[in-house]
Design a protein around this ligand. Structure first.
Ligand code: PLP
Length: 435
């Protein structure tokens, strides 16, 4: 058996035949860098997959996982728990916006989203309002790959092959138009896009809607920041009509925008918040749903011996994940990551926007330490230009993500100003070379 054979692997979101011809295989990672099995060192401008926010191989996280594995390998979270799970829940509630003080653990962002959607529906049931089952997502939203998350997702291509999804779903438009191109941070215009929710509520009857779910900043769909005032308006409309607001902060959580959560960056608190990725610095799979006390309380009215939420996962609050999560929170605190991001975000955003003169660039959207450089589509070859740019960047020692026509950047949050300059200089050089 060849240990480097790709023949048995079926990888997620991967063109397998192309991958088998030219597999990209990594052997190690440290700080801002990966090293491939051939010894090629690349600067990781993706933070793994939007998740290694504190940089690779953080010693404290590595050691915490090692220690936990040797002490308590597993314990069920059904009707029992362990001290690290309690601490993790406490600490998350402590850094969350006021009011979000209950924590339900999952193992991924997809599970967090499906859990949040189920809690939203069950909340209305628990209050005796069983007509409220409809869920509202948004165009270009990405909420993972469970059937629930896929149903509220706003990326049609990802739904096409999987038959009927949840029926009771509608979608808001993306708050974006050509006038908002090249906005640095939040667009100043566009709050009115939130009023589309009023229209949807009218069409669907507000008394039948359970929840609205949005990413505060659209991530995988191409990095779209919310216009100033947009999320506030969504919040007001939801409040007025008894609809729960869910923020999917799987990407925006844990410092990406210079605050623990986007909710704090934008000053809008949802009723539920989904987390994953940066929660454990990507080191052990883990997700979570933060839930407001008032939503939780609605479940606590029945008989005391009854399970209030018929939902959960074998590996919820896994000891290794909790150990990694607690160490991650400590590292964030120790390194002052939120403050660092606030300090370098304007350098990042300006460096990104400086690429706007490139002839192949269609748009650039940058906020916090996130950025999408959208390239003009080649005739009859959608995505080909971005794929070529990503490959050339890789050859030049820079790992970026090509997603459709976008080059998407979300580096570890420990990035220095020199490394920011290096990323955008490399990208500029590559864009100069690629027609
Ligand atoms: N929600 C958002 C906003 C995401 O970006 C992702 C993953 O990229 C998910 C949910 C799904 O997370 P996971 O891949 O951990 O299931």
């Amino acid at each position: 058996m060849n240990p480097m054979s790709t023949s048995a692997l079926w990888a997620p979101f991967t063109p397998m035949r192309q991958f088998n011809r030219q597999p990209m295989l990594f052997e190690s990672a440290e700080g801002m860098h990966y090293t491939t099995i051939e010894g090629h060192r690349v600067l990781d401008a993706m933070a793994g997959l939007w998740c290694v926010n504190a940089g690779h191989g953080q010693a404290r996280i590595v050691e915490a996982i090692r220690e936990a594995a040797g002490r308590l390998d597993f314990v069920s979270s059904f009707k029992m728990s362990h001290p690290a799970a309690l601490s993790m829940a406490d600490q998350l509630a402590a850094i969350a916006p006021a009011g979000l003080d209950k924590v339900f653990f999952t193992n991924s962002g997809s599970e967090a989203v499906d859990t949040a959607l189920k809690i939203a529906r069950a909340y209305h049931q628990a209050r005796g309002d069983s007509r409220r089952t409809k869920l509202i997502g948004r165009a270009k939203g990405y909420h993972g790959m469970g059937f629930g998350g896929l149903s509220v997702s706003g990326i049609g291509r990802q739904k096409r092959d999987f038959g009927p999804l949840l029926g009771d779903v509608a979608h808001l438009p993306l708050p974006y138009d050509a006038g908002l191109r090249f906005s640095n941070g939040q667009p100043q215009q566009g709050a009115h896009y939130a009023d589309a929710l009023l229209q949807l509520l009218e069409v669907h009857d507000p008394a039948t809607v359970a929840a609205v779910i949005v990413e505060p900043v659209t991530g995988s769909g191409g990095v779209y920041a919310p216009p100033v005032g947009y999320l506030q308006r969504l919040r007001e409309i939801c409040d007025r009509h008894g609809v729960l607001l869910i923020f999917d902060e799987v990407i925006t959580g844990f410092g990406r925008l210079g605050h623990s959560f986007a909710a704090q960056a934008f000053g809008v608190t949802p009723d539920l918040m989904t987390l994953a990725k940066g929660l454990t610095n990507g080191a052990v799979p883990m997700g979570a749903v933060l839930v407001s006390g008032s939503v939780y309380d609605a479940f606590m009215a029945g008989p005391e011996q009854a399970i209030e939420l018929m939902h959960g996962y074998t590996y919820s609050a896994h000891p290794l994940a909790c150990a990694a999560g607690l160490a991650t929170l400590a590292v964030h605190e120790e390194l002052g990551i939120n403050a660092h991001v606030r300090q370098v975000a304007s350098v990042w955003q300006s460096a990104a926007l400086a690429l706007r003169e490139q002839t192949s660039v269609q748009d650039i959207r940058a906020i916090g330490l996130l950025c999408a450089v959208e390239l003009k589509s080649r005739e009859n070859a959608p995505g080909a230009r971005a794929a070529e740019v990503a490959q050339r960047c890789f050859d030049a020692g820079l790992l970026v993500r090509a997603s459709g026509e976008n080059i998407v950047l979300s580096p570890p949050l420990i990035i220095s100003e020199e490394q920011i300059a290096l990323i955008f200089d490399t990208l500029q050089r590559v864009l100069d070379q690629v027609a």
